[in-house]
Design a protein around this ligand. Sequence first.
Ligand SMILES: C[S@@+](CC[C@H](N)C(=O)[O-])C[C@H]1O[C@@H](n2cnc3c(N)ncnc32)[C@H](O)[C@@H]1O
Length: 346
Amino acid sequence: MAEQPAQRMFTPEHDSEVEAAGPPTPVRVIELLAGYMVSKTLFAAVEFDLFAAVGPEGVTTVELAERCAIPERSARAIADLMVDAGLLVRDGDRFRNAADAEAFLAGRGPFDLRPLARYWDTVSYPTWTDAATAFRTRQGVRAALTEAQTEAYEAAVALVTAETAADLAGAYDFGGHRRLLDAGGGFGTFVKPILARYPHLEATLVDLPEVAAAVTDQTAAGPLATRLTAVGADLFTDQLPGGHDAILVANVVHLFPPERIVELLRRLREAVTPDGRLLLVDWWRTDVAPHPSARFGAGEFLMISGGDLYQVDEVARWLSESGWRFVSLEPLPPPSGLILAEPRPV
Ligand SMILES: C[S@@+](CC[C@H](N)C(=O)[O-])C[C@H]1O[C@@H](n2cnc3c(N)ncnc32)[C@H](O)[C@@H]1O
């Protein structure tokens, strides 16, 4: 019998060429299993604002400890793992930010990913503790959010959806509409650029009371004060404001299981004017595999409240069950897309 090489749990180097030629090693599996340790270390680094603390000349672990107000052993442990992860670069006894850490995690670049890290750390991570229950039951497992968690969630959503919101304002012609209802509008990431582009338009944003109150605070003193009304309401149990000839539902459908979506679509159908339109913007599945940038979506949306990444044809079916007529799927930069629907006469 040919002698097999001794299998080792931990090997110093991950050599993919050797691995491709030889028998499999456990390295990749172990790295994936330990992924949460890397994430949690990175979350801690963001909480300590470690990447902002690293200046262009680099830092020692003593300086890092001082600037982040953490013990030096912790600074060293975090810095070592961040070097492994590629976010810090070791230069003798000094550490510098890698280019992407400097651009996205130091608060000095044009695009700041720290709000996303804070949301994943303080809301998403604790929720995923019950992932197996959610996958088994298709029920959401997220606990009610504190005020700080709501703020972290909405700030992260706003960050992630801002580009699509700008795309939609440019891609869809709101010129023929008079009043827009933004259902589950969050911090107003979608409605604000639309109102900026279409000065004749008025809008109502509906979201949970604490979110709507934050939007009212943000807009009270600005130019949108008279054109945007934020209403605190539950889309499933409260009366929805009427008189809107465009209803936008952006990144909300993915939060719910199919039967709840049909219920929501029915309620929106009752609220829309007869000449109105429904605009569903979301990360739709149009292909066998989800778009790579949406690959966490199906799990995350399930954890939150039993949702999923849905296929366009199933949404078209739910639209027809709830009194709408599917009009088209309009492209937006992936992974988003815009589904247009019209009310079917009753
Ligand atoms: C993923 S966010 C999308 C926010 C915004 N449309 C965007 O794309 O930036 C989903 C929003 O739906 C709101 N939401 C969830 N369930 C709701 C409900 N039952 N009633 C009202 N709003 C709800 C959340 O508070 C959150 O702001």
